[in-house]
Design a protein. Structure first.
Length: 329
């Protein structure tokens, strides 16, 4: 039975994009013979049109098909045959051999190599990634091409805050800090200590806002700050579903703060507050300080965010309504 040209011999220099058009046609005809005999049944192979290396298919389906074949060709042939129980021979690793090791229906794996984009499960794609020996970047691209979405983030992974990154935070002239997915502070600068003296004992931004007197510094906390903070916790709970400490953080805050409990019963939602303007009182100052929240994501660790509270000018006062001119009598 032909499985994507597995009965052909290839040289090591053969480009993976030129993998045996004749075998593909044979596989399609074989598939129709095996599954197309029943009346009224539509046969769908799911394969995009063949493109030569001189005219690559740059669609998502074309990239998925090319990469899946390249990743399979990259496998160690001998190790793959020993694990799958196939006899040792100089042929390439077949779709069937990989599908057996993946442990799902061969049709699902075959669809991937044909470039069929569908709602594949995380379990299936993760198993494919392990069998093909994909690294984290390749696994991410596999998800994007096969399903149009990124893999679920691994929130439990330790954050990577190097000395150089910490120096950047320390050099910022305004309050700056880096937090993980549960708002545990990884590093912060001295200005943050000056603005929020209660931060260091609690070490968590959400606990600082809801479980200490720091909320007294936040102007209009009930209507301005608190809904955005609670909305961020709800969004984080949806994104980091397997986080080891986020549910406990939310439970502690809801148990300790009546306002947080009231807001949690409402459909408030906020992904982030980057770019939003707020007001707060600085220690020893009577006039509120206007700030803009500026947020960054660290590409090296998607569960880390850098936040800077940048002083901003006060918005202009609204213009007084024009005095109506009385009509002449």
């Amino acid at each position: 039975m032909l499985m994507g040209g597995s009965n052909h011999a290839f040289t090591g220099q053969l480009h993976t994009a030129e993998l045996c058009l004749d075998a593909r046609r044979g596989c399609r005809h074989s598939h129709r013979r095996r599954h197309g005999g029943r009346a009224g049944r539509r046969v769908v192979t799911g394969r995009p049109p063949y493109r030569s290396p001189d005219s690559p298919d740059l669609t998502a389906s074309g990239e998925l098909r090319w990469l899946m074949r390249a990743w399979r060709d990259r496998l160690d042939r001998r190790a793959s045959r020993m694990r799958s129980g196939l006899p040792r021979r100089p042929a390439k690793v077949t779709q069937y051999a990989v599908a057996r090791r993946v442990g799902f229906s061969p049709a699902w794996y075959r669809n991937l190599e044909y470039g069929v984009r569908a709602g594949y499960s995380d379990a299936f794609l993760d198993r494919v990634a392990r069998v093909l020996g994909l690294d984290s970047d390749e696994r991410h691209v596999l998800y994007l091409l096969a399903t149009g979405r990124s893999p679920a983030p691994s929130a439990g992974a330790p954050g990577v805050v190097t000395d150089l990154v910490a120096e950047i935070v320390q050099a910022v002239p305004w309050p700056a800090y880096i937090v993980d997915a549960a708002w545990d502070v990884q590093v912060h600068n001295p200005v943050m200590d000056q603005w929020f003296p209660d931060l260091r004992p609690v070490g968590n931004i959400m606990r600082l806002a809801f479980c200490t007197d720091a909320h007294r510094q936040l102007v209009d906390f009930e209507h301005d700050w608190a809904p955005a903070l609670v909305g961020q916790m709800r969004a984080a709970l949806a994104r980091w579903q397997n986080h080891p400490s986020l549910p406990q953080l939310i439970a502690d805050i809801l148990a300790a703060n009546p306002l947080a409990r009231r807001l949690w019963e409402q459909p408030v939602m906020r992904i982030h507050t980057d770019g939003e303007r707020r007001r707060l009182h600085l220690p020893g100052s009577a006039d509120p300080q206007h700030i803009e929240v500026v947020g960054f994501s660290l590409l090296r660790a998607e569960n880390l965010r850098m936040i800077i509270l940048v002083p901003a000018p006060a918005p202009p006062a609204p213009a007084a309504p024009a005095t109506p001119v009385p009509e002449p009598t």
